[in-house]
Design a protein around this ligand. Structure first.
Ligand code: HEC
Length: 192
């Protein structure tokens, strides 16, 4: 997907990056993000390959992938695992009682190929909603980028799209700056 397509799929001016990628669009205020352009092209869409899954106006393919996100805090907690199994039972999984991890998308489709897959999350206003991933295993955007840089975690069903990226410290910092730029000026929701 080219930058033009990326731009044309972004329709609103409210989010920082949208203003950035649509700076030529009438009605959108020009934002001082021009210096991030190489980050989008060279990193997000290039070396780091984030755009393989995070694309379109909300930066998600709406697909399901197994990234092998760490889940020790889930699997080691008997009470949490009891609720994971209860949920699997509720969803009608046959071997719900034998589960030792969150089945993810498999709970819905019952297909083993979907074990541990979760929906790609959109990235708009991402700086406002730590911790990250379905189970909150990663505390900061720095942690997220470091996780992707090492090719994700360890799981037999990990997506072949996850592989070590070889990003330098500077490139990782640039990617984090870009993710922060996806956040607009609107107020964060107070969920407390
Ligand atoms: C193979 C597909 C894939 C690729 C490649 C990918 N992501 Fe993701 N991303 C996902 C999925 C799936 C999730 C949700 C995972 C979960 O909930 O466990 C996610 C979650 C995230 C989150 C957390 C969202 C939240 O609200 O918790 C961030 C931030 C993120 N990705 C950034 C990136 C960046 C930056 C890159 C490139 C370095 C990237 N992703 C590459 C599929 C992908």
């Amino acid at each position: 997907m080219g930058l033009i397509r990326f731009m044309s799929e972004s329709r609103s001016c409210s989010s920082g990056v949208v203003a950035f990628v649509t700076r030529a669009m009438p009605g959108c205020a020009v934002q001082p993000f021009e210096h991030l352009s190489p980050v989008v092209e060279y990193l997000f869409m290039g070396k780091a390959r984030c755009v393989v899954c995070h694309k379109g106006s909300n930066l998600t393919d709406n697909g399901f992938h197994n990234l092998a996100v760490p889940d020790d805090h889930v699997t080691s907690d008997a009470k949490v695992m009891a609720s994971v199994r209860f949920d699997a039972k509720r969803l009608g999984m046959e071997k719900w009682a034998e589960l030792t991890e969150d089945p993810g998308r498999e709970g819905v489709t019952k297909a083993p190929v979907d074990r541990g897959k979760f929906r790609t999350m959109g990235l708009r206003n991402i700086a406002q909603s730590p911790p990250y991933m379905h189970n909150g295993a990663l505390e900061t955007l720095e942690d997220v980028v470091a996780f992707y840089n090492k090719g994700g975690g360890d799981h037999p069903n990990k997506s072949p799209l996850m592989r070590p990226l070889g990003l330098t410290d500077g490139e990782q910092a640039d990617l984090v700056a870009f993710l922060n730029a996806l956040t607009g000026s609107q107020r964060a929701m107070d969920l407390k």
